[in-house]
Design a binder for this molecule. Structure first.
Ligand SMILES: [Zn+2]
Ligand SMILES: [Zn+2]
Length: 114
């Protein structure tokens, strides 16, 4: 006897619920986090999904180095945390970073809908 037998459908890495993943995400065509089409990718780990008696393990991938939204959001909050002008709402840099973030969100929603 060889090989191992996964007993249950395990929760995915990074809090991903395998049930929410699309076929394209399982095949590694789209980011498992934001559903963007992958250009560069980084491994996230694997999920195991049971379909009837069959258990299949899929490797998951995410945008590399980061999801556009994720990195835009980080840039915005990192800047705002150390910026006096942002506290009064008069910071051009802060505004630009937030705009980048909203653009990334809109693009992701557009991709998700299309
Ligand atoms: Zn992504
Ligand atoms: Zn600022």
């Amino acid at each position: 006897m060889k090989g191992h037998q996964p007993a249950t459908t395990a929760p995915g890495p990074a809090g991903i619920d395998p049930a929410t993943l699309t076929h394209e995400q399982l095949q590694g065509w789209r980011c498992a986090l934001c559903c963007a089409l992958l250009t560069g990718d980084r491994p996230l780990g694997t999920v195991t999904i049971g379909e009837g008696p069959t258990l299949t393990t899929y490797p998951l991938w995410a945008c590399n180095p980061n999801c556009a939204t994720e990195s835009a959001w980080r840039a915005a909050i990192t800047h705002a945390a150390g910026c006096q002008a942002c506290r009064t709402g008069e910071c051009e840099t802060g505004q630009r970073l937030l705009d980048t973030y909203s653009t990334a969100i809109r693009q992701e929603h557009a991709r998700g809908a299309g």
